[in-house]
Write a new protein. Structure first.
Length: 343
């Protein structure tokens, strides 16, 4: 394979002609790749697959493109990617350690299964995971310099942003990790996890607010933050907006990969919520928007929810079923759920 500096458009054209994006992905090992960024597959209407190598350490990145964002979000955010895009970074063993979800569910349904399966398949080593995050950051910069066709621009932007969502970019995570490490001396858990949900927002269309959640997972086994899930909720992703508040799950016997499954019910009249309903800027009456999604994601982490998306249950402080019935006040998180405004 060739490095980013040598990669040219004819390779991309050849991959499209061969129909590679429709085949099952097999990831080459570090010894089969060049140092630096290796573009493996690229197709604008499907996704990007690449690997980044430094010495004998390799990570992989992938994107998938979904539907156009709702018209209201495209109009309110013309400089943002116009399509919902998913991004994931994987370590050498195929464990996802950083992922962006553009809409309510992953565009490629196999991603959810991969995340859930892989995270419990192998022990996470602290030094190795920290190196993975640093390589993701380097890969982000290399990807921006690669001579990819203009049609791949939204894939590049999204993947580069997600590559920079690493624990060292958030000083409060180091403080929290020290606190959690101290707690470990008083517990006997061998494979437990602590999840944090950070809520972010931005104003849109003068009177509106767009919310999303960036969630982190701390592993008692490795004494480190080893994974994040960055939600976008049909618009700008959480890590690209302003911080609002945070909450946490406490110690759990299941990892973050058990969360964010998406609602299974399309009814706002049942306690299961209703985020499977169609998107609508104004929400209510059997629809939902980003505020509903973010409230649901926050609730999931705070309450340690996992398993079937049909069995989630909860209410906000106004008595509305969570979360897709938020027309009456889910814009202000501090007043609808325990979410602390300062770290």
């Amino acid at each position: 394979m060739r490095s980013a500096t040598a990669w040219q458009v004819p390779l991309w054209v050849g991959l499209m002609a061969a129909g590679c994006m429709g085949e099952v992905s097999t990831r080459p090992g570090a010894g089969q790749l060049s140092q630096g960024l290796n573009i493996l597959r690229a197709q604008a209407d499907r996704g990007l697959e690449a690997a980044y190598v430094k010495a004998d350490h390799v990570i992989y990145l992938e994107t998938r493109v979904g539907p156009l964002k709702p018209a209201e979000m495209r109009q309110a955010e013309p400089d943002e990617p116009q399509y919902e895009l998913d991004v994931r970074y994987l370590d050498a063993l195929g464990n996802t350690f950083s992922v962006q979800r553009g809409g309510d569910r992953f565009i490629d349904p196999s991603w959810a299964a991969d995340i859930a399966r892989a995270q419990t398949r192998a022990a996470i080593n602290k030094d190795g995971r920290e190196a993975d995050f640093l390589l993701a950051q380097e890969a982000a910069g290399a990807l921006e310099l690669a001579a990819l066709p203009a049609a791949m621009a939204e894939h590049v932007v999204s993947a580069a942003r997600q590559g920079r969502v690493i624990p060292s970019a958030y000083p409060e995570l180091a403080v929290r990790a020290a606190q959690l490490s101290a707690q470990q001396r008083d517990i006997t858990y061998t494979d437990w996890y602590w999840q944090e949900a950070d809520v972010f927002k931005k104003p849109v269309a003068l009177v509106g607010k767009h919310h999303a959640v960036l969630a982190w997972d701390y592993s008692n086994q490795s004494s480190s933050w080893y994974m994040n899930i960055n939600t976008c909720n049909h618009g700008t992703c959480a890590a690209s907006m302003g911080f609002v508040c945070f909450s946490n799950s406490g110690w759990q016997d299941h990892p973050l990969s058990s969360y964010f499954t998406g609602e299974g019910s399309g009814s706002t009249d049942s306690v299961s919520g209703g985020c499977l309903t169609p998107y609508d800027w104004w929400t209510g009456s059997g629809t939902h928007n980003s505020n509903d999604d973010a409230w649901y994601e926050l609730w999931q982490v705070q309450n340690g929810q996992q398993g079937s998306p049909w069995s989630q249950a909860g209410y906000d402080n106004g008595g509305n079923y969570f979360a897709c019935d938020c027309a009456a006040g889910c814009n202000d998180w501090v007043h609808t759920i325990s979410c602390w405004p300062s770290h």
